[in-house]
Design a protein around this ligand. Structure first.
Ligand SMILES: Nc1ncnc2c1ncn2[C@@H]1O[C@H](COP(=O)(O)OP(=O)(O)O)[C@@H](O)[C@H]1O
Ligand SMILES: [Mg+2]
Length: 286
């Protein structure tokens, strides 16, 4: 990371801490330009092709699609963990070639350091970025996710939902412009999952990075998103774009909403079509 980038990230951290950054912040624009990704082992397999899209600063965008359609691959590309075979990824106009603190990720299974207390897990990023008070900063983010009372707990002593909240606090503590979330609530029970979805929306009211969310759960996508990209499989790509602008976020009983039910059914049909494509191939999509 260049000194300049490090400084900007640090400045953003200070802005968030000072409450200066809210929704519609100016950073976190993501552009994918004619992306394809092929993996080479005994033969070449193209897993994503022809993906172009633009995501606005502060937008909540979801990639929705069946298992194996390339959702994680797209997140890895945006996070700089892998490079595209063709095409380019830009964040705020800068070409993405490696992981940087501009983007941070929350995985399905928390990836907390088991030997560190919650507070030290969250302080890890700020400390690495040279923050003058990493533990103080960590406390601030633990408070945001409602876990300041569990700061001294080790991950193993926390419930699945709490572990994911620590993971979210840890990701936010590096003040990313873009927060990548790869099925972050996939391993949680339905009740906890629904509470976590509400909490994530609340968090976004105070801290508003661009969120790029991955799920195969249609309701989760419909409830959270400003925009959904329904994905096709084999090779992975974008099948349909649905703009919601958070329309269903504040509904208390979405299933009574006719538009919601219709959209939900439509998307389920699209995903089923893609899933069948994989199932009906003699090699199961390999
Ligand atoms: N490193 C890799 N080498 C070879 N194939 C891979 C690699 N990573 C992912 N794939 C394949 O790419 C496809 C998309 O994977 P992934 O992005 O993980 O899908 P999703 O997250 O939608 O379930 C899958 O068929 C997977 O097997
Ligand atoms: Mg995945």
């Amino acid at each position: 990371m260049t000194a300049n980038r490090r400084f900007e990230a640090g400045q953003r951290l200070r802005d968030i801490a000072a409450g200066r950054l809210r929704r519609h912040c100016a950073t976190g624009a993501v552009a994918l330009d004619d992306i394809s990704v092929s993996f080479f082992s005994d033969r070449s397999v193209t897993v994503v092709s022809g993906v172009s899209l633009t995501i606005l600063p502060g937008e909540f965008v979801t990639f929705l699609g069946p298992s194996g359609c390339g959702k994680t691959t797209l997140l890895n590309l945006i996070g700089g963990m892998i490079r595209p075979t063709t095409g380019k990824v830009h964040i705020d106009g800068a070409l993405v070639t490696e992981p940087t603190p501009v983007c941070n990720i929350v995985f399905q299974q928390h990836s907390l350091f088991g030997w560190m207390r919650a507070i030290d897990n969250v302080a890890f990023g700020p400390r690495a970025m040279g923050h003058p008070d990493p533990r103080g900063e960590a406390m601030r983010f633990l408070r945001l996710v409602g876990l300041d009372n569990h700061a001294d707990a080790y991950p193993a002593a926390l419930s699945g939902g709490m572990q994911q909240r620590v993971a979210i606090a840890r990701a936010l503590a590096t003040a990313p412009s873009v927060l990548l979330m790869d099925e972050p609530f996939g391993a949680l029970d339905a009740q906890t999952r629904s509470i976590m979805q509400e909490e994530l929306l609340k968090l976004r009211r105070d801290i508003a990075p661009t969120v790029i969310f991955v799920t195969h759960d249609v309701d989760e996508a419909l409830l959270l998103s400003d925009r959904i990209f329904v994905m096709r499989a084999m090779p992975g790509g974008l099948k349909e774009e649905i703009t919601l602008d958070g329309e269903f976020r504040h509904e208390t009983d979405v299933l009574r909403n006719g538009k919601y039910r219709k959209l939900r059914q439509h998307i389920l049909t699209q995903i089923r079509e893609e899933t069948l494509k994989v199932f009906n191939r003699p090699d199961g999509g390999r």
